[in-house]
Write a protein of this length. Sequence first.
Length: 277
Amino acid sequence: MIEVSGVSKHFVSRRGTHHALADVTLQIDPGQLVCLVGPSGCGKSTLLNLIAGLETPDHGTVAVDGKPVDGPGPDRSVMFQDSALFPWLSVRKNVEFGLEMARWPRGEWDARVETYLKKVHLWRFRDAYVHELSGGMRQRVALARALAPEPRVLLMDEPFAALDAQTRDVLHAELEEIWRATKKTVVFVTHNVREAVRLGDRVVILATRPGRVKLDVKIDLGRPRELESDVAYYVGRIMKELKVEVEKVMREEIDDAWQPAPGVVPPGPGGGVGGGI
């Protein structure tokens, strides 16, 4: 369904060249829900944007259904951390906007809006405006808007990160229910390892600077997943791998922060700034 082959990507800024991804190869089968985890700066969102067609790789290829990705398309919908809803439009009109962008026939809009607002349990709020909704409700509207055009692939970039734990758990259950009913292929970016294990068929760990696939973990648990003891095993395993990458980032940041003035000798072990590192 999704094939990423030898993909590399860099960005140039005033601070120099940042290598976001290096030689990333990843295959995702139809109907799988795959979670991407890794420390900040490892290229999770960049990889998602490449699949979405919002970025282009420097090297390598990205294909969906065997067709090279050369830009955004109606076969892929993206859901961001910010719901990105239009505050001047009602809930109904926000979902209709997704259908308009995907060029769905106008005569089918009403039925599709009703279907997907009912799937996220917001049909009775169809005429409400964004400021009248809670954070969790806004993300459910964004989910309905992403799903209404019937994309083959749903790309989710930390969509529940800003929500409280209880709301997040409710949305996990709703997303899983919708995913099982629609059989969408889902790529889900998160910093939350428990969330990744709770949702994913696979959890792909990205190493950092430049980002690359470090480990691809198959989550061999039944659904729905409610047993903390089962989830805990995979969380512990993945956290162990992530700890190594996070420590690498911290060491690099410490090295970047210590820029001695000309003629100043950096403190060594046992003294000054370097004594505790």
